[in-house]
Design a protein around this ligand. Structure first.
Ligand code: PMP
Ligand code: GLN
Length: 378
């Protein structure tokens, strides 16, 4: 048979986590915490299982959870999403992203993505017959050149996928960036997919610029989010998306046939847990302490960096250490130094190698101390 994704290979996250395991290395590659999710939350999920939440959830998600999500948008952004019509619970952000793309992208439609880009966007576009149009963000600042974006928008542009806070670079978009996007999309039929999975991990008192804060953008946008990132349980695979009714109703036509509904007890447990808004509002400070610890510990190393502004990733420039290709260097560090990271070239346009590796600092302080000790030895 002819492969539908001839240029796609195993995700770098799978590759590096497997290599870390094989070599018994500290794993700062794939983005997940090495500490447990809250006992209170785990107990609430167990309680949901013991009190009858074991059959199919409603297709769009447990209503208590959709109410809790709607409340969060009112509280943080003064933005209204109708819990019954405009919010759908998904199997992680990955499923939301895939389903949004398959619900709207037709053969030969163009989709603008910003590289380095999270690795699930491009295959999801391609398998639906769409054409990814890359805008390369340049290290070390990863700023958007809005003239370039304007030049790549055409009558074929169906969608633009954005992601702030940005995985893998750890940069965030400013209000000015959002206004530029709003200006460029006004008067078009372009749908915006705004991947906001790290919305609660923003540092130094910066404000997360959600698309829902910009009225014209909100009207054409999906937001995708992930409880795995917010509540330290990436293995549960619960996320959601929000969008105006006219977009969400199309999304649900596909959602109901590629998953129908997702794990019910986790949804009810998360809904109960979110009744206290501190459960998500406290995350910025929690991860800022980890970023600061890691950066202080490696400040004398040969790696150069600009502090991450959001996400739980820090990129380090190793150009003073070696000129090895980043994939080779990341693999060698795992085998010889027992520390795994993610090379950025795999997320770039045409595999562009800036000699940069991504390190996940969602780790116990003890793990960060061990990792820093290795970084300082390289
Ligand atoms: N988007 C980005 C930018 C991510 O980093 C991740 C998780 N690594 C996802 C989407 C997927 O989230 P989930 O695990 O909820 O599917
Ligand atoms: N989002 C995680 C990361 O960026 C990985 C998710 C995955 O492995 N699919 O590391």
């Amino acid at each position: 048979f002819k492969s539908k994704l001839p240029n796609t290979s195993t995700s770098i996250f799978t590759v590096m986590s497997a290599l870390a395991k094989q070599h018994n290395a500290i794993n700062l590659s794939q983005g997940f915490p090495d500490f447990p999710s809250s006992k209170k939350l785990n107990d609430l999920v167990a309680n949901a299982m013991n009190t009858g939440y074991n059959q199919y959830a409603p297709m769009a998600g447990n209503l208590d959870l959709r109410l809790a999500i709607a409340h969060k948008y009112e509280l943080l952004y003064k933005s209204h999403y109708h819990p019954e019509k405009e919010i759908t619970v998904t199997a992680g952000a990955t499923q939301a992203i895939y389903t949004i793309i398959s619900a709207f992208v037709n053969k030969n439609d163009e989709v603008i993505i910003f590289k380095p880009a999270y690795d699930s966007y491009q295959p999801a576009i391609e398998i639906n017959g769409g054409k990814p149009i890359a805008v390369q963000l340049e290290a070390p600042n990863y700023k958007v050149n809005w003239d370039e974006v304007a030049s790549k928008i055409s009558s074929k542009t169906k969608m633009i996928i954005i992601n702030s806070p940005h995985n893998p670079s750890g940069t965030i978009w400013s209000k000015e960036d959002m206004l530029q996007l709003q200006k460029l999309t006004n008067g078009t039929n372009i749908i915006v997919l705004s991947d906001e999975v790290y919305e609660h991990i923003v540092f130094d008192d910066a404000q997360h610029q959600s698309v829902c804060l910009f009225q014209d953008l909100k009207q054409r946008s999906f937001i995708t989010a992930s409880f795995g990132k917010t509540f330290h349980n990436t293995g549960w695979k619960i996320g959601y998306c929000c969008a105006p009714d006219y977009l969400m109703s199309e999304f649900r036509k596909v959602h109901q046939f590629n998953v129908f509904s997702v794990h019910h007890p986790s949804q009810k447990g998360i809904a109960d847990y979110m009744q206290d808004s501190e459960t998500y509002l406290g995350l910025n400070a929690f991860f800022q302490q980890k970023r600061d610890l890691f950066l202080k510990l490696i400040s004398e190393s040969r790696f150069k960096f600009q502090p991450s502004k959001g996400t739980y990733f820090q990129v380090l420039d190793y150009s003073e250490v070696t000129d090895e290709y980043d994939v080779d260097f990341a693999k060698r560090l795992t085998k010889e130094f027992k520390m795994a990271s993610i090379p950025l070239s795999v997320f770039n346009d045409n595999g562009k190698d800036d000699k940069v590796l991504r390190f996940c600092f969602a780790k116990t302080d003890e793990t960060l101390l061990q990792a820093a000790e290795i970084v300082n030895r390289i």
